[in-house]
Design a binder for this molecule. Structure first.
Ligand SMILES: [Mn+2]
Length: 364
């Protein structure tokens, strides 16, 4: 049994009663779980009669097509706004609900957190040093998704939410459970049952996920064309000191080398880097492509020995040790960016080893 929904319901009641409006925000580049749970919360706010807004501050191009489709459809009904509009509407009687994240680095309103009257966190991810500071937290690691939590919250308020909202929430659960295979509990199936009662339609959800097939195709083609990936060995494999056995680090660089101008969605880069780091011999993987004619994005992953966050920060991006990204506006060309990236890797290596660098490019 997860954390008590009753307790969450009380926190929600407390927050809306003392606020004049509520802003709802998921993590940047929202997925189905983030946007669905935000829309569910918007319906709850409408039901109890408080003004509410969902903030999504990502460019259309960065959104997954299915997520964009939902946002376009619900823009008016759920007051979906960007950060500029938020700045106009914000005042000190407003409160914030974050959903599907508790990390201040991942919310578009990160610079305004001090200014809210109160903040409620609804999430199913673990806390960290970056967790937003508030005493109203419903962080339930036993729930499959934020959508599962919000479904239970809607039910506890007996909200007759729309069929569309039921569809989105079912999509959120489907995403985070990898099609109902992972992280599910009896509660998850209870929530699914309630969503089906509200009219959720499995065919709608499957159609929404159909766009994932194109993403999978792009990933497969990037990975399986041998030309696309180069592996560079950093560190001297023969170098052996008394206490440090330095065997070298293998880093992969993947990009479409036959059609370097081809644009990919950021989700393709991220998932390709995820797949590459799965290879046993690699310590870090990077995937680069244009995301529009003027912008190149890089996604980096590491097994933990190389700090890809540090490398990406050197290229004006950011992230953690194991997962990071950056974007480069108006680049000369993608091969130059790759060259610069290869040079920056030295910064990400442990200091001792960086001194001993011998770079040996070789093909896969
Ligand atoms: Mn989630």
């Amino acid at each position: 049994m997860g954390k008590s929904v009753k307790c969450l319901a009380n926190m929600f009641s407390d927050i809306y009663q003392k606020s004049t409006k509520i802003f709802i925000v998921g993590h940047d580049e929202p997925d189905y779980d983030a946007i669905a749970s935000a829309i569910g919360l918007s319906e709850l706010c409408q039901n109890v009669g408080i003004e509410s807004y969902i903030i999504v501050n990502d460019n259309d191009i960065e959104l997954e097509p299915g997520v964009k489709q939902i946002i376009d459809k619900e823009k008016d009904r759920c007051n979906i706004i960007n950060l500029d509009r938020f700045e106009e509407l914000m005042d000190n009687t407003a409160s914030l609900i974050t959903t599907d994240t508790n990390n201040q680095g991942l919310v578009s309103v990160r610079d305004y957190l001090e200014e809210f009257k109160d903040i409620l966190i609804i999430d199913h991810h673990d806390e960290s040093a970056r967790t937003i500071d508030t005493d109203k937290k419903h962080i339930d690691l036993d729930s499959s998704s934020a959508s599962e939590i919000v479904t239970n919250l809607l039910n506890s308020f007996k909200v007759k939410y729309s069929k569309d909202t039921a569809n989105y929430l079912l999509s959120g659960i489907r995403l985070d459970t990898k099609r109902f295979k992972k992280n599910t509990s009896a509660n998850t199936y209870d929530a699914v049952k309630k969503l089906l009662h509200r009219g959720a339609d499995v065919d709608y959800v499957e159609d929404l996920f159909a766009s994932e097939i194109d993403v999978d195709k792009d990933i497969s083609l990037l990975i399986h064309d041998d030309h696309n990936t180069r592996i560079v060995e950093y560190g001297d494999p023969n170098f052996d000191r008394d206490n440090i056995l330095l065997k070298g680090y293998n880093v992969s660089f993947t990009l479409n080398r036959t059609d370097p101008m081809k644009e990919y969605k950021k989700v393709v880069l991220a998932q390709t880097a995820d797949r590459m780091i799965g290879f046993r011999t690699l310590d870090a993987s990077f995937v680069l492509s244009y995301v529009n004619p003027n912008t190149i994005c890089i996604s980096g992953r590491s097994k933990g020995k190389i700090d890809v966050g540090e490398i990406m920060r050197h290229m004006d991006g950011g992230g953690g040790i194991r997962s990071a990204a950056c974007r480069i506006e108006n680049p000369e060309d993608i091969f130059e960016v790759e060259k610069e990236l290869m040079q920056q890797i030295e910064w990400g290596l442990p200091k001792e080893d960086a001194k001993q660098l011998v770079k040996k490019p070789r093909k896969v």
